[in-house]
Design a protein around this ligand. Sequence first.
Ligand SMILES: C[S@@+](CC[C@H](N)C(=O)[O-])C[C@H]1O[C@@H](n2cnc3c(N)ncnc32)[C@H](O)[C@@H]1O
Length: 302
Amino acid sequence: MHPNNPYFNNPPNFVALAQLYPSLAPLLSLKGSSGAETKGIINFQDPSALRELTYCLLKKDFSIDLNIPLDSLCPPIPNRLNYVCWIEDLLDNESTKEIHGIDIGTGASCIYPLLGCSRNKNWRMVATDIDDRSISFAESNVKRNHLDNVIKIIKNSSTDTFPAILFKDREQRYDFCMCNPPFYKDEQDIQDSLEGKEGQPSAICKGTTNEMITTGGEAQFVKQMVDESIIHGQRIRWYTSMLGKRGTIDTVIAYLKEKKILNYTLTTFRQGRTSRWAIAWSYGNAHASRVCLPAIFYFYSP
Ligand SMILES: C[S@@+](CC[C@H](N)C(=O)[O-])C[C@H]1O[C@@H](n2cnc3c(N)ncnc32)[C@H](O)[C@@H]1O
């Protein structure tokens, strides 16, 4: 886990959380003797329990009030925070100027902008999605948390990963973009993953088709981001994406090299039994510092 992640060395105490939020109590089973010995167990395969836990953690630790449909992707908060903390590292804790970011595929939760802008008062984010229902929930999540002055939701009706509207203002520059792309290329790909062939998460990872599936899977999605980044160049300082499958790392790095993009860096987010990765590349002279090493020093053993 990222050392700046609030849950680093301080995992959530489910029993205390259920005392604070009684809505969580019926979804918790208690183990062990009474008092401090009692452990609360959440069934991570139960979408209702997972969603309630997400709501309670966001409320308690970030004063964020979330509302998402039960069948949409429920964001595991410690994992989403890891990505936000890594972006903060890439930006080298710049806190004196406004930071402009893009979240590609924000989902119903709009989780990255909500966390990013709650933690960093100087962040301004534009969040895109292709899905009407997700757009509508994302908008209402932004409004109910009074963050509509710093987060803007945009429907992407194009087949691009960076719709033209992001660059409508010719002067507009962004400090970063982030993305958690749909991982899978089809239903079979999801099935293979569930059978433990690759990257199986410890919690249920159900989502709608739009959230889970994209033509060619995440590798194709990130390659498209790379292609479009060549056009937009330095208008975005750091292009980044999360990768959900170990096998995608080599594909994306090989593609960056093929396109002669050598200023890139990679990180791993480990959360319980689940690993995720994130890749960042830049056309400027930005270099990753602190916990993330410049790519030339990065040593990856599969
Ligand atoms: C895996 S979900 C991520 C949701 C959320 N960001 C999270 O991390 O929980 C991927 C999202 O990308 C959206 N999406 C797929 N293709 C897209 C595109 N070309 N532009 C914007 N969003 C896209 C999907 O509708 C879905 O909401």
